[in-house]
Design a protein around this ligand. Structure first.
Ligand code: FES
Length: 129
């Protein structure tokens, strides 16, 4: 069973790490939470679901809303503006009005830290209009 939770506050600045990475303490992303980080000028949303951390482009593919300000329900994030749904695991759009997915990013968790990589994985094909 999943609980519908609102996002936590965003983190506007990149901290520790090289130019291509961002490190943050694992405790800054609690279970069921989302945060926004700035990775080399890219706004990235982080979400923790069932202990796993997922990273995806924060900006909705429909318009300009911040997905980390939306609602997380299991592996699905709902855009706060028009309600499009995305799968946080692969960025795929699950419902209109979004017709394209969002990019995803490599993220690892080790020794109490989250390591977000700049490498981008393109979004998967999405739903037809
Ligand atoms: S801006 Fe996200 S569904 Fe419209």
């Amino acid at each position: 069973m999943s609980t519908r939770l609102t996002s936590h506050e965003s983190v506007p600045v990149a901290r520790r790490g090289s130019e291509k990475q961002l490190r943050m303490h694992s405790g800054e992303l609690p279970e069921g939470g989302m945060r926004r980080v700035d990775l080399q000028g890219r706004l990235v949303a982080l979400a923790r679901v069932e202990g796993q951390v997922f990273a995806f482009a924060d900006t909705c593919s429909h318009e300009r809303a911040s997905l980390s300000q939306g609602y997380l329900d299991g592996y699905t994030v709902e855009c706060p503006l028009h309600g499009a749904l995305f799968d946080v695991r692969d960025g795929r759009a699950l419902s209109l009005p979004a017709t394209a997915g969002v990019e995803t990013f490599q993220v690892r968790e080790e020794r109490g830290e989250l390591l977000l990589e700049a490498a981008v994985r393109p979004s998967k094909e999405s739903i037809d209009e």
